[in-house]
Design a protein around this ligand. Structure first.
Ligand code: RB5
Length: 140
């Protein structure tokens, strides 16, 4: 399942990404926020993490203004590997090398079409394991 989370700054891009998933008939869980009214990103990263951790197959997509706040909060949980991705190469590497289970986007600095390309890349790329698995084990 795909879990969407955002703050007010990430809300417009989250809505665009949600429309994309709806067009593709892909179900998502949207933990909010649901408008551009000011909120605090830690609340929504924590809601997203709780949902993502319900199943090993879940993937989160969290969006705030810069992506930095969401990244900081998401990665405080040891089972979350959140990657702030600003292009498709980083998205691909975050999956292949880091087995990232949360994609973070900078809502104020990533245009819709690029964001959707990043989302597609992230969701269709698999972890390569091998030497990278050994490194992930060291995360604790
Ligand atoms: C909200 O103004 C902004 O600070 C937030 O979306 C995010 O960029 C924080 O890291």
């Amino acid at each position: 399942m795909i879990i969407l989370a955002c703050d007010h700054a990430g809300y417009p891009l989250k809505e665009e990404i949600k429309k994309f998933f709806n067009r593709e008939n892909i179900t998502t869980i949207d933990v909010g926020t649901y408008s551009t009214d000011s909120v605090d990103y830690p609340d929504f990263a924590k809601l997203g993490n709780a949902k993502v951790l319900e199943s090993e197959n879940n993937i989160g997509i969290y969006i705030c203004g810069t992506g930095v706040g969401m990244s900081i909060v998401a990665n405080r949980n040891s089972k979350i590997r959140a990657a702030l991705c600003w292009n498709t190469t980083i998205a691909s590497l975050a999956r292949r090398h880091n087995n990232a289970n949360v994609l973070i986007l900078a809502g104020r600095y990533t245009r819709k079409r690029k964001a959707i390309r990043i989302v597609k890349e992230f969701l269709t790329t698999q972890f390569e394991a091998g030497r990278h698995a050994k490194r992930l084990k060291k995360l604790g």
